[in-house]
Design a protein around this ligand. Sequence first.
Ligand code: SF4
Length: 481
Amino acid sequence: MEINTKYKVIIRRCETYDANKISGIITEGMDELGVTPTGNIMLKPNVVLAHPEVFPHAFTRKEFLEGAILATQKRAVNNNKITVGERSGITIPTRFCFKNAGYMDVIKRRRVSSCYFDEVRHIPVKLEKKERLRDWLFIPEPVVRTDFLINLPKFKAHPWCRMTLSLKNFIGIQDDRHRLVDHNLFLDRKIVDLQEVIQPHFIAIDAITAGQKMMLTPTPFQMGAIIMGTNSCAVDTVGCHMVNTDPNDVIHLKLASKSGFGPMTLDEIDITGDFPLHEIQEKTRNFQFCMEHIDDYFQPDCNLTCTVGSFPEKHSSDYCWGGCPGALQEAMHIFKSYYPNVLQDIKKIHYVVGKVEGPLDIKEDERVIFAGKCTQWEGTIHGRHVKIDSSYKPPHEVDEKKTRSNDMVKKNLMSILDLFINRKSGYIHLKGCPVSVGDHVHYVSSLGKIGNPNFDRRMFVGVNIAYWQMLFFRMLNKLIH
Ligand code: SF4
């Protein structure tokens, strides 16, 4: 961290995904920032989900990764090993996403290693900061043992956090068992906790094609930029300004800065490079976000009606930004990428989240989803008295050492069984905090009588082969260590 001097952030122009060009830009960036990778080096891209046809814009592109590896190899001294590590999202095995992102070829060609965080041991790391949410976090052992971390996020808008840049990319460090803990009203604080485990020594953000609105199915935006720096808060602050966003509106950035992880005003940052901020701001005037409450987002002309109540924590009693509502939005956008008219084609669903008082306007042919542990309601559905009780627990009552596995196949089977048991009921209560995007897909697909993307031929076989490989290598790693 710089002392008595401004944090430096570089914005460079780069219009195309040309690995050699990207390598040149990142090498110059490392040079300007005085960055010398050393020891065990880990590159952490964002590969939350990847598929060339259905999820083409959610991840750091392979050419960007290759450019970063080439630059790292050029600049490294006393280097033992270079590894590319990540944990993909929504319980999809990381090796499936690496393959579909085109990473395997790059990793082989550049003779570096891969590390799938869902296949390695996670160890507890004690947190010390006064503002911490938890005392312990579970982190993949290779991350904890890394000497030099290079963060390679994708520049995207985000329906839970407004933006995902350097700070938010750390969510991909945790495995399924721990990733969803506090991924609710406390998501912003969880992101800050993760910063205490390790800080990136260098950051290069893939903003060549940025993502608008959603994180899994973003709408591409040709931004033509690479952003580099050595401090996540500084880089994220500049990233916010690049899309005309006040950094104060990105809560995890505000909290991270308050906790001493870096600046959040441009006065403290020296911006260099060949792409002036004002020019980018002009270019991104119409950059789109998705920070609408679901009851406004899904319009009255569609077959999905949402009722949003109040939420159990004072700091966010009007909406749960980190949990179920955003997961529903992501799920509906996944459906949209398969079935563009899904909102009109699905059977009627009424989605209820939070504590709701008074009667619900349930249509005759409508089925109700009560989403999440915090949801509470009492009333009549199709002539039957229904009482939904809250089983929400605040963070101090959730033991991170006794979390559920969130195993993909187990979760799929559980939701299929739950749907079968409740097949004749007018409603169903999904008990998660949060209810994951994957579960939303299962339940909406079944109740709405629309195809389930989990069983799409482009995903199903590949994901399931990768799942069994993941289990095998996880077991092998356990035996070796
Ligand atoms: S149950 Fe869902 S909506 Fe309720 S607090 Fe948890 S994540 Fe948020």
